[in-house]
Design a protein around this ligand. Structure first.
Ligand code: PLP
Length: 399
C-alpha cells in the first residue's frame, strides 16, 4: 500500500469538519441552520473587482503570473503597508501567495529548523500549531484565559521564551476571540523579547486589521516596537484581502519579510504552486487601489459593527460570559460553568452538538482553538439570525 508519512500523519484533522458535516445534513433535511460557524464574510466583494477582472479577460491570454506576484500588486502592498506601519518596505520584500494561510505556511517552511520553538498564545487560530509542525518546528502554546482578556501577558512571554524561540505569533484582532492588543501591550511584549530572546521574531498576522469596531483603532506592532533593539527590525507581516474585502475564495494573501526570506519563499513557490492565480491578483490589486473598493471595506465594517452589538447583547441575555470582541467577526464566549462533571454538558463538543441538533445553531467548539469550555460564534450572518439564534441559545442554557 501507499503509506502516508509521519509528517502528514501528525496533522490533526480539522475539528470543525464534523460540525459542518452535521450542519449540512440538517440543511438537507430541510431544517433551519443558524450559521454561526462561518470563517468568512457573507457579502459579495466590492463590485469594481469583478468588473476590472472581466475587462482584462478580453485583452490577452491569462498567463502565468511572476512567482512572487504581479509587480503592481507587490508595489501597492509595499506602499500601503509602509504608510500604515510608518516605515519603508521595498516591493521586493512583498511575496504574494494563495491566501494568507499559504503565506504563513511558506514562512514556517523556509525559516524553521528542527527544534525551533514558536510561541502561540491561546485561543489561537486552528492552523498555527499544525503549520509549525509541518514546517518542522515545535509549537509552544501559552494559555491566555478569559480572565486576562484572551491576551498574552509580558510575564507569560518571559516564561515561555528562550534560546530556541524563533517566532512569537501575534494575531490582532484575533480569530477566534476578536481581541486586540493596544500599542502599549505590543511594546511590552516586544521589550520582553528584546531582553529574553533577542534572536526571536514577531510574526504579525494582521488579516483582520481593517475590521475593527472600537474607537482606539488597530495598533501597528511595527510602530509599537520602534526603537526596541533587534526586535524593531525582526517583524514579519502577514496580511491579505480575504477578510477585509470578502474575497476568501479568490485566494490571495501576502507577507512582508526580509529579502533572503522573501527570496526563499519565492523559490518554494517556484517549485510548488508557481505564482498565485493571475486574475485573482488583478482582483486584489483592484481591491487595494480602486477607490470604491477601498471605501467598500468601511461599509462592510459598519454592517459587522451592528451585528457585533446584536451578538453581544444576545449572548449576554442568554447567560454567556464573554470578552467583547474589538475586531474580526467572532466572539468566544465562555460556557465553562455549564460544562464538566456534574454539569449539563461533558465538554464543549457536546454543547456544540446539542445546540446544533436541538436548535440548528452551528458553532465551533473552543477545544479546536486550544481553549476548552468555550464556543466560537461568528457574526458573519444576518442580524435576524443573530437575534433569533442567541434567543435559542438562551433556551438551551436555561435548560
Ligand atoms: N489568519 C487567520 C487568523 C485567519 O483566521 C485566516 C482565515 O481563517 C487566515 C489567516 C487565512 O486567510 P486566507 O483565507 O487569506 O488564507
Amino acid at each position: 500500500p501507499l503509506t502516508v508519512n509521519a509528517r502528514a500523519r501528525a496533522i490533526k484533522p480539522s475539528a470543525t469538519l464534523s460540525i459542518s458535516a452535521r450542519a449540512g445534513e440538517l440543511r438537507a433535511e430541510g431544517r433551519k441552520v443558524f450559521n454561526f460557524s462561518a470563517g468568512q464574510p457573507d457579502f459579495a466583494p466590492p463590485a469594481a473587482i469583478a468588473k476590472a477582472v472581466t475587462e482584462r479577460f478580453a485583452d490577452a491570454p491569462v498567463g502565468y503570473a511572476p512567482v512572487p506576484g504581479i509587480p503592481g500588486l507587490r508595489e501597492a502592498v509595499a506602499r500601503e503597508l509602509s504608510e500604515y506601519h510608518g516605515t519603508s518596505y521595498d516591493k521586493a520584500q512583498v511575496i504574494v501567495s494563495c491566501g494568507a494561510k499559504h503565506s504563513l505556511a511558506n514562512l514556517f517552511l523556509v525559516t524553521l529548523e528542527a527544534g525551533d520553538e514558536v510561541v502561540i498564545p491561546t485561543p489561537y487560530w486552528v492552523s498555527y500549531p499544525e503549520m509549525v509542525g509541518l514546517g518542522g518546528g515545535t509549537p509552544k502554546i501559552v494559555s491566555c484565559p478569559r480572565s486576562q482578556g484572551f491576551k498574552l501577558l509580558p510575564e507569560q512571554l518571559a516564561e515561555a521564551v528562550g534560546p530556541k524561540t524563533k517566532f512569537l505569533v501575534l494575531n490582532s484582532p484575533s480569530n477566534p476571540a476578536g481581541v486586540m492588543y493596544s500599542e502599549a501591550e505590543l511594546r511590552a511584549l516586544g521589550q520582553v523579547l528584546a531582553e529574553r530572546a533577542p534572536q526571536a521574531w514577531i510574526l504579525a498576522d494582521d488579516i483582520y486589521r481593517k475590521l475593527v469596531y472600537v474607537d482606539s483603532g488597530h495598533a501597528s506592532v511595527v510602530r509599537a516596537c520602534k526603537g526596541i533593539p533587534n526586535i524593531e527590525d525582526q517583524i514579519v507581516l502577514v496580511d491579505g484581502v480575504s477578510k477585509s474585502h470578502a474575497m476568501t475564495g479568490w485566494r490571495i494573501g501576502f507577507l512582508i519579510a526580509p529579502l533572503p526570506v522573501a527570496k526563499a519563499v519565492t523559490a518554494v513557490q517556484g517549485q510548488s504552486t508557481s505564482g498565485a492565480s493571475t486574475p485573482a491578483q488583478w482582483a486584489a490589486l483592484t481591491a487595494l487601489t480602486e477607490p470604491s473598493s477601498v471605501a467598500a471595506v468601511a461599509d462592510m465594517r459598519e454592517i459587522f459593527r451592528e451585528r457585533r452589538a446584536a451578538m453581544i447583547e444576545g449572548l449576554r441575555a442568554a447567560g454567556a460570559e464573554l470578552v467583547e470582541p474589538e475586531g474580526a467577526f467572532y466572539v468566544f464566549p465562555d460556557f465553562s460553568k455549564f460544562i464538566g462533571e456534574g454539569e449539563r454538558f461533558a465538554d464543549d463538543f457536546e454543547l456544540a452538538r446539542v445546540l446544533l441538533d436541538d436548535k440548528g445553531l452551528a458553532t465551533v467548539p473552543g477545544t479546536a482553538f486550544g481553549a476548552p469550555g468555550h464556543l466560537r460564534l461568528s457574526f458573519a450572518c444576518s442580524l435576524e439570525d443573530i437575534r433569533e439564534g442567541t434567543r435559542l441559545l438562551g433556551e438551551v442554557l436555561a435548560g
